[in-house]
Write a protein that binds this ligand. Structure first.
Ligand code: SIN
Ligand code: FE
Length: 290
């Protein structure tokens, strides 16, 4: 893993012309794109939203850019409207940055949910499966990706200037090979049954089932957590970064106040589809998975 630094200063600008041809390739080889000068500005009347109490029992507040709708927050009235406006502004800006950095993705990439993460990560009580201080790759239990890539843009909006401290782990193929003997193919038909029972939004493909197992096996393995190759990275407040989090093993160790936008990209829209987790797992398992 390495950080690929790009100088972009605002959320409407075009990327430097020498960067655009490279950025997608860097992401696909599991680099993290780091935008040290891309700060997301918070207006004075928005600082009142910076309070973990707005979450109720949830881990993050969510925003659906397609419907313009907030979720997982106790905010109502004018404050809910303020957060909705903030997240809409962020989500639109995140889309423009991805289109500027990765023009070859622009026609095919889709925006998923955005989130606001006002809770401190360190010491947050949680089950091991939900504990994002353990290295993992992202996979969504209720919304199967069907093999599509999960690209996420994060921006640290901590008002006290505190960093977001991550660990970034080993290459996907190395991790997948380590755990592959313990990844079981799902029972035929089980993925469709989950959708019929409305436990998932669409049928869970064998790929999604294996990725969920990989996520869990990684988090449950204390030896892997402490001894596998990994780097600590502190993302300062006022910085932004992007990664394919279905491929880049990551863990968030500490930090508070972050915005995140999820994008989904079809595998065949990549420059090098063979680098996708879908194709890597298919090579390891010797069969089609989605
Ligand atoms: C994660 O995606 O695992 C957490 C990232 C973060 O909240 O910084
Ligand atoms: Fe994650």
């Amino acid at each position: 893993m390495s950080l690929y630094e790009v100088i972009i200063r605002d959320w409407t600008t075009r990327a430097p012309s020498d960067v655009a041809p490279l950025a997608a390739g860097r992401l696909e080889q599991a680099d993290v794109i780091f935008l040290p000068h891309l700060r997301f500005e918070i207006a004075p009347d928005e600082t009142r939203l910076f309070d973990p109490a707005i979450l109720g029992p949830a881990k993050n507040a969510s925003f659906d850019p397609q419907r313009g709708r907030l979720g997982r927050t106790t905010l109502e009235g004018a404050d809910a409207e303020r957060l909705r406006a903030l997240m809409g502004r962020f989500s639109d800006g995140a889309m423009r940055v991805v289109e500027a950095l990765c023009p070859s993705y622009a026609a095919r990439i889709q925006r998923g949910r955005a989130s606001f993460r006002p809770a401190e990560i360190a010491g947050r009580a949680s089950t091991w499966r939900k504990d994002d201080t353990r290295l993992h790759v992202d996979s969504f239990p209720a919304t199967p990706s069907g093999g599509q890539r999960i690209l996420r843009l994060f921006t640290n909006v901590n008002p006290e200037g505190r960093p977001r401290a991550w660990r970034v782990g080993d290459d996907f193929e190395a991790v997948a090979r380590r755990f592959a003997p313990r990844l079981r193919m799902p029972l035929p038909g089980s993925g469709r049954l989950l959708a019929l029972l409305r436990m998932t939004k669409s049928a869970r493909t064998p790929y999604d089932a294996l990725m969920l197992q990989l996520h869990d096996r990684m988090k449950a393995d204390a030896e892997f957590q402490s001894r596998s190759p990994q780097d600590a990275i502190d993302f300062p407040a006022g910085t932004t970064w992007l990664a394919f989090t279905d491929q880049v093993s990551h863990a968030a160790m500490s930090g508070q106040y972050q915005l995140e936008q999820t994008f989904l990209l079809p595998v065949d829209a990549m420059n090098q589809p063979e680098r996708s987790p879908l194709r890597v797992l298919e090579r390891i398992k010797g069969r089609r998975l989605a």
